[in-house]
Design a protein around this ligand. Structure first.
Ligand code: SAM
Length: 276
C-alpha cells in the first residue's frame, strides 16, 4: 500500500466531477486543467481506450529493454495514469514508484495493479512541477509516457517539470519521455490517429481542433460517451531542445519504437535522455 496516499476509491474525493471545459473549450489552454480532464467517465473508460493487451503487443519489450540496458532498478513512473507501465515494470521486477497529479487515475492504477498480478503499487499524488516536494529519494530512471507531457501549456511549466525529473535522477540516470507526432498533425501529413497507444476497438479518437497552440482530441465510445482532452502540440525538435537545455547529455529519439525512420510517419516519438 502507498506510503503517501490512502486509496479509498469510494470517497467523494475520487468520484467528484465530470469534465468541464466551459463555454469556449478551445480557449482552455492551461497546465492545471488536466486535473479537471482526468475525472469521472474518462477515468473509467481509459482502459477501453488503451486496450492493455494490444498496447503491450505494440510496445513489445522496448521500455523494459531500454531500462535493463542501463542497469536501472528504481524507476519513477511520473505519469502513471491507470498504471499500464507501472504494472508492466512491476511484473518485470523493477522497483517502481507510481506518481500522477490525478487522484482518480491513481485510484484506478491501484486497482489495476492488484488485478494485474497482485501488485501493491506505491502511489504518490504529485504534480511534475513540484515533484521533489512529494517524491522522495533518487531514481535510476524516470518515465513519462502515453503522451502526457503534452498537458503542459507554458514553456516555463515544461522547463520546470523537466528540471524536476532531472533532479530526482541519479547522476547517470535516464528519462524516457514520449509524445504524439504533432509535427505531422500540424503540417498536415497525418490524420493524427494512432495505432500504438489508443488501441481499443470500442473507441474513436480524433483531433477536434488543431492550431499551433492547441490539439483538442475527442474520444467517442461505443456507448455514445464523449470525452475531450486539450493538449499542447509539441514539436519533436522543440522537446529535444528543452531536454538539452535542462542538462541531458545524450538524447536518442525513436519513432514508434524504431531507431531509424521507416517509410511512414511515426505515430509517436520516444526520447531517451541520459544525464551523463
Ligand atoms: N502514462 C499513462 C498511459 O500511458 O496510459 C497515462 C497517460 S495520460 C494521457 C496522462 C496522465 O498525465 C494523466 O494521468 C494525468 O493526470 C497526468 N498528468 C498530466 N499533467 C500532469 C502534471 N502536471 N503533473 C502530474 N501528472 C500530470
Amino acid at each position: 500500500m502507498s506510503k503517501d496516499i490512502q486509496v479509498d476509491s469510494t470517497s467523494e474525493f475520487f468520484r467528484a466531477g465530470e469534465q468541464e471545459f466551459g463555454d469556449n473549450p478551445i480557449a482552455v489552454r492551461e497546465s492545471d486543467h488536466y486535473a479537471q480532464e482526468y475525472v469521472g467517465g474518462i477515468v473509467d473508460k481509459w482502459d477501453d481506450l488503451i486496450d492493455w493487451p494490444r498496447r503491450a503487443e505494440g510496445e513489445g519489450r522496448f521500455f523494459v529493454d531500454q531500462l535493463k540496458a542501463r542497469g536501472a532498478q528504481r524507476v519513477l513512473d511520473a505519469a502513471t495514469g491507470t498504471g499500464f507501465h507501472s504494472v508492466q515494470l512491476a511484473e518485470a521486477g523493477f522497483d517502481t514508484v507510481s506518481a500522477d497529479g490525478s487522484p482518480q487515475m491513481l485510484a484506478k492504477a491501484f486497482r489495476n495493479g492488484l488485478a494485474g498480478g497482485g501488485h501493491l503499487l506505491e502511489l504518490v499524488h504529485a504534480d511534475w512541477r513540484t515533484l521533489k516536494g512529494d517524491v522522495h529519494g533518487e531514481f535510476d530512471a524516470v518515465i513519462c509516457l502515453g503522451n502526457s507531457f503534452t498537458h503542459l501549456f507554458s514553456e516555463h511549466d515544461r522547463r520546470k517539470a523537466l528540471a524536476e525529473f532531472y533532479s530526482v535522477l541519479k547522476h547517470d540516470g535516464v528519462l524516457i519521455i514520449d509524445q504524439r507526432n504533432y509535427d505531422a498533425l500540424l503540417d498536415g501529413t497525418s490524420t493524427g490517429k494512432s495505432s500504438y497507444y489508443y488501441c481499443g476497438d470500442e473507441v474513436d479518437a480524433v483531433p477536434d481542433h488543431v492550431d499551433e497552440g492547441l490539439a483538442r482530441y475527442k474520444y467517442t465510445f461505443d456507448d455514445g460517451g464523449e470525452y475531450f482532452l486539450n493538449m499542447y502540440p509539441l514539436r519533436r525538435e522543440y522537446v529535444r531542445g528543452l531536454l538539452r537545455d535542462v542538462g541531458f547529455q545524450k538524447i536518442d529519439t525513436y519513432g514508434d519504437f524504431q531507431e531509424k525512420a521507416g517509410d511512414h510517419e511515426p505515430d509517436f516519438y520516444i526520447h531517451v535522455a541520459e544525464k551523463s
